[in-house]
Design a protein around this ligand. Sequence first.
Ligand code: PLP
Length: 370
Amino acid sequence: MKIPVNEPVIAPESKKAVMEALETGWVSSAGPCITRFEQEFADFVGMKHGVAVMNGTAALHLALVSLRIGPGDEVIVPDFTMIATITAVMYTGATPVFVDSDPEIFAMDPALVAKAVTPRTKAIIPVHIYGHSADMDPILETAAKHKLAVVEDAAEVHGATYKGRQCGSMGTMNCFSFYANKLITTGEGGMVVTNDDALAQRAKCLRDLAHSPEKRFVHTDLGFNYRMTNLQAALGVGQMPHIAEYIVKKQWMGRRYQEELSMVQGLRLPITKDYATNVYWMYAVLVEDTFGMSKDTLRKKLAEGGVDTRDFFYPCHSQPFLSGNPQAKSSFPVTEDIAQRGFYLPSGLALTEEQLTFVCNTVRKIALQA
Ligand SMILES: *Cc1c(COP(=O)(O)O)cnc(C)c1O
């Protein structure tokens, strides 16, 4: 058996909507699915506006530009995240200021966020990692105290909650991704959600090359072509009726892994805080010394046994292209530690009970040899 780390599920409604888009010729960024997808997804998050774009990275960049973040500004980001969080800040000319993680939930440590604020700080980007919310209240407090924008990177947490609030509904402008391995997918795709009418308007304008609202082809600003196509939106619209069931499936997966693996010595399974509901974007585990084998050896043996896995993100500050960053040589002990010991198990929506059992049996067999 060969079990991929992720396999998407394409709903029959998506196939139908894509065919309809093809048959009616609405293949670019005009067409009925885009506004429908924006509204349905914004409603799902509990936000007023959705601005659909071509991917999650573009969503982050668009949110920051809409908030007028640029050269000379600092943006506080976690060191432990997918690199797009950092590149989006750098595209604006602003400086990313890294903070270390909470060792239990891997998201940015709120106490370190408070310490990282300087007179140049303009925004904080909390990233919810692997399906679990960041600890938002203290981060929102720091932001309110210093009048900073908060841009949630909610690319991995569609449907997760924090103290009953939806992830992606707590910041000023928040960003989602619809890449193939995210909870719902448009192939490539992303969305900015916000409650602010003026910011939504500005984001829509900048997404579409900043055509003047009075006169098309007169450009009032430096805009971008970040539009989502109707074909992508058709894929997304077809999955919206299933999103609740997808979340249930992910939570089933999290529960089953927990039941099957909690007895394995030296594997630290995901921790879900009382304040959070976890959607297990990826089932992420840490290999402790007591496991008796390194993570790399365990992953190699799993691969030989037919189980595909992935390493955690590598610490952003140590990425080669950031070697000139002032913080490249600083130490972020939690991030460095979890990056070294962490990996994730097959977690896709298509994962079956039979496959999950096979994965767990393979892990247990290897653990016995350790
Ligand atoms: C997936 C992801 C993104 C970027 O999304 P793309 O659609 O691949 O550009 C950004 N941040 C995080 C945390 C992600 O996991």
